[in-house]
Design a protein around this ligand. Sequence first.
Ligand code: ASP
Ligand code: MG
Length: 401
Amino acid sequence: MALIVQKFGGSSVRDAERMQNVARIVTAEHDKGNDVIVVVSAQGDTTDELIEKAREINPDPSQRDMDFLLTTGEQISAALLTMLIKKMGYRVTPLTGWQAGFLTDSNHSRARIRRINTERLENEISKQNIVVVTGFQGINRYDDITTLGRGGSDTSAVAIAAALHADKCQIFTDVDGVYTADPRVVKTAKKLDAITYDEMLELASLGAQVLHNRSVEMAKKYNVRLEVLSSLENKPGTIVKEVVKVEKMLIKGVARDDNIARISLVGVPDEPGFAFKVFSLLASLKINVDIILQSIGRDGSKDITFTVAQDDGKRAVDALNEMQESIKFTKIAWDENVSKVSVVGAGMESNPGVAAKMFEALSEANINIHMISTSEIKISVLIDKEFSKSAMNAIHDAFDI
Ligand code: ASP
Ligand code: MG
């Protein structure tokens, strides 16, 4: 007998009809003699609608109260799914995050799981009950309800799988797996059978919206076998695991991030300590910096260019302007019309020429590269936003994936 954790996203539990599918999948697994713990998200756009409702009443609610509100979305799904499965003749127990033992820190709206008291879950399982748990939530040490951040139900599911040493954690969604590129942008994108945790982490943080980043981090840490698959079609999805046979597939995916702003500081003194001033200022504002480029000093000054998330762009520029006297730049420029396009693949660690191939594809498509950054399994370029789709297609074609 195996223990399977199955997580269903908002689109999979959107309405009664979709829930029938979910109930079929869950009960079929239980019929095989397996223990099943189900984790659900809020139905459809419920979370967004709840946020909107709160705004109408108070534009600046406390995060504690927001968590109290948003967790109700998952409670609705869990209750309805439970009723449906019970009607089919199965024993089912619905549990909220706190009933399921999720203890988190107190960072409301982005809490981290500290531990899971698995007693209740284990007790239900021992009675062969199907358990339906509300995703994305827990309580802190003051017994206040917390949430794990948008998309956090994936992390709830992986956390349960890790805590109970489940045999598998399946993430059901409305796509049938992880693709080599966004199929809406790249028509020839293909579904991957398997991908490593590290590749998935890179793709997730580059804006491939399939899995919550932290769920992948946690799956890697506790070696949870993850599978991303469709709740609408009965076919294998994409397995996420530690090692994947590289075979001929050098590149696993091409991703794009449009939520980027480029900031340039011109005429910074070419002396020790100035880069430190710039980036410690941004760090103190909790602004994440991505690609950094520094020009060669000339006539005692240099330029520093870097990228931040677009939502942080204005705050970064305002803060830097305030510090102009101390940082001594002569000019600051800010550009939002840029995109980051990246290729990801564990295979590039042992294969030279990936960067050359990527740059060749861009040059043939006449696309200019503004900045470049690399990690062991990723190469990113910053280009003009208007070319981001054609760049993805050109690169995807060049690697023949
Ligand atoms: N319902 C929450 C959200 O929309 C959590 C989740 O779906 O994972 O972010
Ligand atoms: Mg999600």
